[in-house]
Design a protein around this ligand. Sequence first.
Ligand code: AVJ
Length: 321
Amino acid sequence: MKAALSSIRESSSPENEFLNDVLQGLSDRQKNIPCKYLYDEQGSQLFEKICNLEDYYLMRTETEIFNTYLVDIGREIGAEALLVEPGAGNCEKVEALLNVLEKPSGYYPIDISPEILRQAEKRISQSVSNIPIWTEVGDFTQSKVWDNLTQIPSKKRVVFFPGSTIGNFEPKKAGQLLELFAANLNEGDGLLIGVDLVKDSVVLERAYHDSEHITERFTKNILSRINSELDGDFDSSLFAHRAFYHQLRQRIEIHLVSLKEQSVSISGRQIEFFEGETIHTENSHKYELRGFNSLLLDGGFKPVRQWTDSSESYAIYYAQA
Ligand code: AVJ
């Protein structure tokens, strides 16, 4: 069974990669599904709703820091920079940044969704005058997805990674991701990255278990996606959304809890759940300011400056390769 899975993986098209990853994850002792699959069209729309929730302080706090220090941040980045944005998604922040930069040489978003890239391209070309745009479709954690970047002329590259997306990666993986960014930069190039900070667990847990239940819908959307794309028969009312802060691991964990013993079919395979068994769908790691500084250093960057809101709830760092 293991061998069969890995041989399918070698010839993987995007569809059977999703199937492989789901079957693989659901056969682990702690069942899991990689969180990148949360973001189909529906999931991306729900995530945008999350960003506007009162309980979800992350996006609003990051925007507040951006608005307050935009000129400062622009000065740190300097002139003629090519902004590279892995996992571009909703690009409101890059618009403001591109508009404040001195002669930016272009914008290079990377995303798994061609649809999102099309929208991004359209929006940026309307709101930022004379900006060359190159888009790259793919999973930004794969090094080959970065290969085309070498052909784009620029005096300076700056990787723009806002939204605390880095928090989705376990610290070791996060370090490796930073190394991948650094490998695609020249000395003196930059990284502008947003990260959520450790805080009161009640505040953290509310952000991931919001009173309007949007996060629950966002998480359960993965089950609907499996049903429609992978011929599954999940009944999402038989799973509960659970989000808790794990003090030791410094992260929010999100799980779907099976409310009873049940069997689910996915593309003709049966997956068994015992009552209370969970599917781990997401981690959102939180950092202390000093801890994130060390992560940057481990990843091959020199931290240059950081900006936070007044309650040190969230931070934006500028670092150099
Ligand atoms: C996109 C990874 C920053 O961890 O806060 C929000 C994703 N998941 N609510 C986060 C998310 C559920 C989000 N990131």
